[in-house]
Design a binder for this molecule. Structure first.
Ligand code: PMP
Length: 403
């Protein structure tokens, strides 16, 4: 008999399962709006031109080898990542109280921060509050390291916008010193972000209650097309003196999905505390991955530390952000033209890769079965999956299911 005779099968990951069903579908008009990966107008993955240039630079660099990186990763990458999110003029950076750890992309950065908090957060049993809804992995990661997970309201189905009152209320009634996981921009899955004034109100409560801020930043530059604009909330919190973590992913904004390039930026009160935090993260990282992979981080640091390539990257980002904004408009126009029942302005108001359409699970089922359109059951669509060839088809399908 097997040692594992009694093992139970785990459910498949919803997003990856959706991609597999799409791939197995032979219908020629099939549409994949599931996975959060950028697609071109032709529906193809896009290797950013600036990434190709960095590739060539790396290939031609005779000094590169395949030695281990340090445990916390490549120094140039860590520094450039922290600078990217905090801004070159960040006071916290100048004061030497910003740490960084190269991680296995955004997922690894969230995990690394969560794992650190599970060991070292001073309030034992403190819960981590995640937005309702959020990226499914947030719950899995925090529960995985033994931190209790609770939710704060975020999405208001009535306005298809932010439930600020609910969010602030949950922050008020949470035990002092709770951990709050916040999306700095391009909230996944809703595409709804707080305004600067709303961020001020959120920061007021976070401060008054002594909550700990953990930003998960997977879409810097991808949301608005501007790296600075998308970093607004993080920089604002840092200016106000918060100690905080920021998990950064370079999957989307560099199109480096499989290279697993990510960083955990740590803003501490003093350089001394920052050093101690980094040392504990290094100790933990050693036991999990030993040291991070080099390639993706080399691409990123090559671009971030070269003025010309950086400018080109900004253009590549605009290309992606603008195509998505254009598709929002195209979808909205088409639904308006078809006089599809309901209000659809949220399609253009929401930001970033995703739109939370308001389509229900039964409607999503019909979309899949009748139209071969793949999206998650919560009605979230990846705007990047739309293009000028399939947007009309998708709008017609939506029109059919909502009538
Ligand atoms: N956080 C959020 C909110 C995300 O949407 C994603 C990507 N889906 C990630 C983190 C991490 O992605 P990755 O591990 O590929 O960087």
């Amino acid at each position: 008999a097997s040692v594992f005779e009694d093992i139970k099968a785990a459910p498949a990951d919803v997003i990856f399962a959706l991609t597999a069903s799409y791939a197995a579908d032979t219908y020629d008009k099939k549409v994949n709006l599931g996975v959060g990966a950028y697609r071109t107008e032709e529906g193809k993955p896009w290797v950013l031109p600036v990434v190709k240039k960095a590739d060539h630079i790396l290939v031609d660099d005779n000094n590169l080898d395949h030695e281990y990186l340090p445990i916390l990763g490549q120094k140039a990458f860590r520094e450039a990542s922290a600078k990217l999110i905090l801004g070159a003029n960040s006071k916290a950076l100048a004061e030497g109280r910003v740490g960084a750890a190269q991680c296995i992309s955004g997922t690894g950065a969230v995990y690394t921060g969560a794992h650190f908090l599970s060991k070292h957060y001073p309030i034992k049993g403190a819960a981590c509050y995640i937005s309702k809804p959020t990226w499914a992995n947030h719950r899995a990661i925090f529960e995985g390291v033994g931190i209790p997970v609770l939710e704060y309201p975020y999405w208001d189905p009535a306005t298809k916008g932010l439930d600020l009152k609910g969010m602030l209320g949950a922050m008020q009634s949470a035990a002092n010193g709770s951990i709050f996981l916040l999306h700095p921009c391009a909230h996944n899955p809703t595409g709804v972000d707080p305004t600067p004034d709303q961020w001020r109100q959120i920061a007021d409560v976070m401060e008054a209650k002594g909550h700990f801020t953990f930003f998960d930043c997977a879409y810097q530059g991808f949301a608005s097309g501007s790296l600075d604009k998308d970093a607004y909330s993080v920089r604002y919190f840092v200016e106000r003196g918060f100690e905080l973590f920021v998990a950064q992913s370079f999957s989307k904004n560099f199109g480096l999905y499989s290279e697993r390039a990510g960083n955990l930026t740590v803003v501490a009160k003093t350089p001394e505390i920052k050093n101690r935090i980094e040392s504990q993260i290094a100790k933990a990282q050693r036991a999990v991955i030993s040291n991070p992979p080099a390639y993706g981080s080399r691409i990123v640091s090559t671009v971030l530390t070269n003025e010309k390539l950086y400018k080109e990257w900004e253009q590549n980002l605009s290309t992606m952000a603008n195509r998505i904004i254009h598709m929002r408009k195209a979808l909205f126009d088409e639904l308006t033209r078809l006089q599809t029942p309901g209000k659809w302005n949220h399609i253009v108001d929401q930001i970033g890769m995703f739109s939370f359409t308001g389509l229900t699970t039964p409607q999503v089922k019909v979309l899949k079965e009748k139209y071969h359109v793949y999206l998650t059951d919560n009605g979230r669509i990846s705007m990047a999956g739309l293009n000028s060839k399939n947007v009309k088809y998708f709008a017609q399908a939506v029109d059919y299911v909502v009538r």
